[in-house]
Design a binder for this molecule. Structure first.
Ligand code: AMP
Ligand code: ZN
Length: 652
């Protein structure tokens, strides 16, 4: 048992390392999940045997009361700044005056937050923020949820290491997308997003946000004689170090690295705000020592801010899948960080009001992450008597009144038949992680709508090859191909459908968890808020959204229509595949069972994919009757429903 747990932890950590640190996955998600579930089962049965480096420490929610102060044993320093080559030359002269042969290491200045990690006997004991350099906050629980931070080291060392915790551009875009759809305020940039995440009191949120780290410093170096060897050592211990560093013999070579970097900065998967130049030799570092504030042996070159002025020519208001109406400014084109920018997001109505942004204003535009640029502020001095911005009161797509909820920053169109929403709903329905209907992209969706062939997602299953042939550009072959792709999607396991329905807050991961438990969409639709919220990885926000959705008449009709078209409503994934025996069946238990308790029988049927209902109706597929069965049995017989006994149940 212990051996197996050991083995699982080893293996899972190796897989996670390949995935998060080396960015080279070696197993499928499904395989990982399977092993992980086995480990959690063993750990639940033997809580005393949970290993300190078990990946289960990284998940599972904890609600913290707050953060306690943490006194750093070795203070964290800040850095002197430089904004030009001249300032770097001055730094070089100061260093070279005392140490003519000093050489430099140039490291990327990652735009995140400094963190300090302390290990005792190779185990992570404290993770803390920088704070004022000598006193920070203890955020250990949150940092444990950052996947690439090792919980244990391969050697039983007492060591404190420092580095940067940041949000990769990809995570930032994903997090903001979710926030936009939920009508929440978006993070202004990855740095703010990382800071906000590390201050979360709900550790589960931290786990979901996809933070990452680069470590670059050992608080009190032993064994290494240079900064580049410190990086080697940290790498050996399993930390992520940034390998995009450069050893330079002269300050001119440092400058060359900086110029080269400026050209490829955009393409990096994370944000940097400059380059940190350090004397490479640790003995020389020690000799040079510190000023009151910062080391004399390092300097941070900062890139000029990526901001430009531009004029707002017009504003587009577009309706998204969830009905949120988002303003985007069209600008006079400007060069920003190597690209021509002519559009920038204005985020939402509240943002426009707060910054008092008006049409034809000259504004400061900047780049945040990979998304389209954003408007930062108005250049007040350049305003030429403008009226406040016209805020639409009607949906630009369907004309119905827009709502501005008190707890939301966004405007919303809540018309369920709004064409703009229906189109993007359909695109979402067909997308890869949802129903995965190849060939049903935005331009085809547009054509289907203009030809009046579809209005909602149920309509696509009513399309014939002939219908498709009426669309511009379709030939026999292409129409048949799309038709077949649509038909094939009916066989998808239902978590794809659930995700495809585009219910607020219900992502593909939650869809899977929900259907693994409830097995079929009708069963999920009947589940109570409490039942749903009790699931690990789901929570009340999702539960609330689901119950609201399924209580609407529109949703009921839609699901019924999909079912009538032959779309699968049952989960066909792993657990069910082995015994899909009862998948999608509705079974009623009645009478007294001899050997099984009612709850056990129910659990057994559910584990085989059945939906166990309380009363007999036309929808019932099967009744299991024990002794003394009464009215339910009579009703089953009346309706001609198949009846089985306890022996049958046991034989399953
Ligand atoms: P500043 O906050 O502008 O004074 O810059 C100092 C900060 O830069 C440190 O506190 C670190 O958080 C951050 N930093 C990012 N990358 C590095 C790096 N490679 N070496 C040292 N500091 C870094
Ligand atoms: Zn609308």
């Amino acid at each position: 048992m212990k051996d197996r747990m050991n083995q699982l932890v080893e293996q899972l950590n190796q897989y996670a390392d390949a995935y998060y640190r080396l960015d080279r996955p070696v197993v499928s998600d499904a395989e990982y999940d399977k092993l992980y579930r086995e480990l959690v089962e063993l750990e639940t049965a033997h809580p005393d045997l949970v290993l300190p480096n078990s990946p289960s420490h990284r998940v599972g929610g904890k609600i913290l009361d707050g953060f306690s102060k943490y006194q750093h044993q070795y203070p964290l320093y800040s850095l002197q700044d430089a904004f030009s080559f001249e300032e770097l030359e001055a730094f070089n002269r100061r260093v070279r005056k005392e140490f003519p042969h000093a050489t430099y290491i140039c490291e990327l200045k990652i735009d995140g937050l400094s963190i300090s990690l302390t290990y005792e006997a190779g185990r992570l004991v404290v993770g803390a923020t920088r704070g004022d350099g000598s006193i920070g906050e203890n955020i250990t629980e949150n940092l444990k949820r950052v996947q690439d931070i090792p919980l244990t080291l391969p050697e039983a060392l007492d060591i404190t290491v420092r580095g940067e915790c940041y949000m990769p551009k990809a995570s930032f875009d994903r997090v903001n997308q979710i926030r936009q759809e939920a009508g929440e305020v978006e993070f202004a940039n990855p740095r703010n997003a990382a800071a906000g995440t590390l201050r979360q009191l709900d550790t589960r949120i931290v786990a979901k946000r996809g933070l990452a780290t680069f470590l670059y410093q050992e608080a009190s170096p032993t064994e290494a004689d240079s900064q580049s060897h410190v990086l080697d050592k940290l790498t050996r211990l399993g930390f992520v170090t940034n390998q995009d560093y450069h050893l330079a013999d002269s300050i001119e070579e440092v400058w060359q690295f900086i110029e080269d970097l400026a050209g490829r900065r955009e393409a990096l998967p994370y944000e940097i705000d400059g380059v940190v130049i350090k004397v490479n030799n640790l003995a020389i570092q020690e000799e040079l020592g510190f000023t009151v504030k910062a080391p004399r042996w390092a300097i941070a070159y900062k890139f000029p801010a990526e901001e430009k002025e531009a004029e707002i020519v017009s504003v587009d208001w577009t309706v998204g899948r969830t009905g949120v109406v988002t303003p985007t400014a069209n600008l006079t084109p400007v060069q920003l960080a190597g690209t021509t920018v002519s559009r920038a997001t204005l985020h939402n109505v509240d943002y426009i009001a707060e910054k008092d942004i008006r049409l034809h204003d000259t504004v400061i535009v900047y780049k945040a992450g990979d998304i389209i640029p954003a408007v930062l502020s108005v250049v007040a001095a350049k305003r030429k008597q403008q009226e406040p911005m016209d805020i639409p009161t009607a949906c630009p797509s369907c004309g119905s009144s827009l709502l501005h909820y008190e707890d939301e920053v966004a405007l919303r169109c809540i018309n369920p038949l709004c064409p703009a929403q229906l189109k993007s709903k359909l695109e979402h329905f067909a997308s890869r992680d949802a129903m995965n209907i190849a060939g049903l992209g935005s331009s085809i969706v547009e054509k289907l709508f203009s030809a009046n062939l579809v209005q909602d997602v149920a309509d696509i299953y009513r399309l014939s090859v002939e219908d498709l042939l009426t669309l511009e550009g379709f030939k026999e072959k292409s129409a048949t191909k799309l038709y077949q792709a649509i038909q094939a999607s009916k066989e998808n396991s239902a978590e794809r459908l659930l995700f495809g329905l585009g219910i607020r807050h219900v992502g593909s991961k939650a869809s899977k968890i929900l259907l693994e438990t409830f097995r079929t969409i009708p069963r999920l639709a009947e589940a109570s808020l409490e039942e749903i919220a009790a699931l690990d990885g789901v929570g009340t926000v999702i539960a609330q959204s689901l119950t609201t959705y399924f209580s609407s008449e529109g949703a009921k009709t839609l699901v019924a229509e999909l079912e009538a078209s032959g779309v699968t409503l049952a989960y066909l994934g792993q657990v069910a595949a082995a015994d899909a025996l009862l998948a999608g069946m509705t079974i009623v238990l009645t009478g007294k069972l001899e050997r099984l308790k009612r709850s056990e029988a129910k659990a057994k049927l559910e584990s085989l994919g059945a939906n166990v209902a309380g009363s007999v109706s036309k929808k019932t597929d099967l009744v299991v009757a024990g002794s003394d069965a009464g009215s339910k049995l009579a009703k089953a017989q009346e309706l001609g429903i198949e009846v089985r006994d306890e022996a049958w149940l046991e034989s399953l």
